[in-house]
Design a protein around this ligand. Structure first.
Ligand SMILES: Cc1cc2nc3c(=O)[nH]c(=O)nc-3n(C[C@H](O)[C@H](O)[C@H](O)COP(=O)(O)OP(=O)(O)OC[C@H]3O[C@@H](n4cnc5c(N)ncnc54)[C@H](O)[C@@H]3O)c2cc1C
Length: 409
C-alpha cells in the first residue's frame, strides 16, 4: 500500500517507522523540520527544544523507541527540582524537608496534602473523568488548599477553563510528578537534546525508504473510490495526526471538535540563574506566564555555557498581544535580571499545544478509524489520556500503525 502520514511529529514519525518497509510511506510535514512539539532550535553551539521537554522512568513506549534507535546510552537521569513563587519569593518544594518548611500552608494542611498525593496512584480515572478537579479538591482538601496551592497551578495551565478540567487529569499529573525519592524527581533527557531522537528517527525512516516531505502544508484530503487524494496525489490510506477538527476541515468529514489550548513559550539565554538552582518554578503570583523553567538547572550549565530559561504559558483562543515583550519585561523585573544579560531569545507560539481535559473528555475521544482508509491519531488519542506526552504520542503512533496493518481495503 502507499500510505500518507499527515504531520511529522512524534505520532506521525512513530507510525511511519512501524509501516515503512512493509509499505510505501510518505510523511507530509508543514514545517521546515519535522518534530512538531518536540522540535528544537539548532544554535551554533548546541540544540535546545523550542518547548521544554523531559521524560519519566515509566515512559515504556518512548524508552523502547530510544533503545531501538540505539540512543539508550545517551538517555540520562537527572534530579528535577521544583519551587513555587509566591509574594515574589521562591520556596523550594523538592525534598520532604523543603515541603515541611513551605510557609504558605499549615502543618495540618501539608499532612492532608501529603496523604492526598500518596492516594493519587490508586485513583480511578474513569470515575474521576466526570468530576471537576476544583470540586474534587475542595471536597477532599478544603477551600484554603485549593485557593492557595492548586488554583494558581490550574489557572496557569488552563486559564478561565480551570473549573471545567477533570479530576482525572489532575490526579494523573499528581501521580506522575510525585514519583520522587528523598532528593526529588528523576527526570530523563537525551544528552544533546531530544533533537537526537528526531534525527535518529529520520535516519532510520530514510534507510527504510520512507519519504519525509517538509514544508508541505496539506490543504486538501478527499476520499476517492479506491483510496484518498491528498493535495492531488493518490494514496491507499491516510493517517492524519492533526487535531480531529483540522482533519475534519480538510476532509469535510464531521469529526468532533475537541477543546485545545495553545502555548506561548519564550526561550532565552542569560548569564545568571533566575531561579536559584531550581529547575521548574510555578508562579503562584499574578503574572503573564505560569512557570519559569531553567533547563540548565536540570542539565549541567557547562554543556551550554549560558543559562537557558523557558518562560511558559498556555492560552485559550489567541495568544496575548506582544507576548514576547510582555514576558521579557515582566521576567526581568520579577527575577531581577538585567535585560543586557539576555544573550538571545525566541518565541514559539503553538496553537495546538494539547487538549483541555474537560470533564467527560474520555467519551469525546474520537474513533481512530472514522472512514474507510482514514486513520487518526495524536495528542487526542486514548494513549495520550489523561495527559498528552511523548510516551503517549509514540504509543498512539504505534497503535494506529497496527490498526492500518490489520485493515484490508
Ligand atoms: C509546551 C509543551 C511542553 C511539553 N513538554 C513535554 C514533556 O516535558 N514531556 C513529555 O513527555 N511531553 C511533553 N509535551 C508533549 C509532547 O511534546 C507531545 O505529546 C508530542 O510531541 C506530540 O506529538 P504529535 O505528533 O502527537 O503532535 P505534534 O507534535 O503537534 O505533531 C503534529 C505535526 O503536524 C504538523 N502539521 C499540522 N498541520 C499540518 C498540515 N496541514 N499539513 C502538514 N503538517 C501539518 C505540525 O507541524 C506537527 O509537526 C509537551 C508539549 C508542549 C506543547
Amino acid at each position: 500500500m502507499h500510505i500518507c502520514v499527515i504531520g511529522g511529529g512524534l505520532t506521525g514519525l512513530s507510525a511511519a517507522l512501524r509501516l515503512s518497509g512493509a509499505h510505501t510511506v510518505t510523511v507530509l510535514e508543514m514545517d521546515a523540520e519535522p518534530g512538531g512539539c518536540l522540535s528544537s532550535y539548532r544554535l551554533p553551539d548546541y540544540a535546545i527544544e523550542s518547548l521544554y521537554h523531559h521524560c519519566f522512568s515509566g515512559d515504556v513506549h518512548l524508552r523502547a523507541l530510544i533503545s531501538e534507535l540505539g540512543l539508550s546510552e545517551r538517555l540520562e537521569w537527572l534530579k528535577g527540582s521544583t519551587g513555587y513563587m509566591v509574594g515574589g519569593s521562591i520556596s523550594p518544594l523538592t525534598t520532604p524537608l523543603e515541603i515541611l518548611r513551605y510557609p504558605h500552608l499549615s502543618l495540618l494542611e501539608k499532612i492532608r496534602l501529603g496523604l492526598f498525593v500518596l492516594g493519587s496512584k490508586k485513583a480511578d480515572y474513569e470515575t474521576l473523568d466526570e468530576i471537576p478537579a476544583e470540586r474534587f479538591i475542595r471536597e477532599e482538601l478544603g477551600d484554603q488548599i485549593y485557593r492557595s496551592f492548586f488554583e494558581p497551578l490550574l489557572k496557569s495551565k488552563f486559564g478561565e477553563r480551570r473549573s471545567e478540567v477533570s479530576a482525572a487529569w489532575l490526579m494523573s499529573r499528581i501521580a506522575i510528578r510525585s514519583d520522587r525519592g528523598s532528593e526529588g524527581e528523576r527526570l530523563g533527557y537525551i544528552k544533546g537534546g531530544f533533537v537526537e531522537l528526531i534525527d535518529a528517527l529520520l535516519l532510520r525512516l530514510d534507510e527504510m525508504g520512507c519519504r519525509v516531505e517538509t514544508g508541505h502544508r496539506v490543504s486538501s484530503l478527499q476520499a476517492v473510490e479506491d483510496g484518498w487524494m491528498v493535495d492531488g496525489e493518490r494514496y491507499d490510506c491516510v493517517i492524519s495526526t492533526l487535531p480531529p477538527q483540522e482533519t475534519g476541515r480538510l476532509s469535510s468529514l464531521p469529526l468532533p471538535s475537541l477543546p485545545y489550548q495553545g502555548s506561548a513559550c519564550l526561550t532565552l539565554a542569560t548569564s545568571s540563574d533566575p531561579t536559584d538552582g531550581i529547575y521548574w518554578v510555578n508562579i503562584g503570583d499574578s503574572a503573564p506566564y505560569g512557570a519559569v523553567i531553567t533547563h540548565t538547572n536540570l542539565l549541567p550549565f557547562e554543556r551550554y555555557g549560558e543559562h537557558i530559561v523557558y518562560i511558559a504559558s498556555y492560552y485559550s483562543g489567541t495568544p496575548p498581544d506582544d507576548c514576547e515583550e510582555l514576558f521579557i519585561s515582566d521576567f526581568c523585573s520579577r527575577f531581577s535580571i538585567p535585560r543586557s544579560s539576555i544573550h538571545w531569545h525566541r518565541l514559539r507560539i503553538e496553537p495546538y499545544a494539547g487538549p483541555v481535559y474537560l470533564t467527560g473528555y474520555r467519551s469525546m475521544i474520537p474513533d481512530p478509524h472514522p472512514a474507510p482508509g482514514l486513520f487518526i491519531a495524536g495528542m487526542f488519542s486514548s494513549e495520550n489520556y489523561p495527559e498528552r506526552s511523548m510516551d503517549g504520542s509514540v504509543a498512539a503512533g504505534e497503535a494506529i500503525a497496527q490498526s492500518v496493518m490489520e485493515w484490508s481495503p
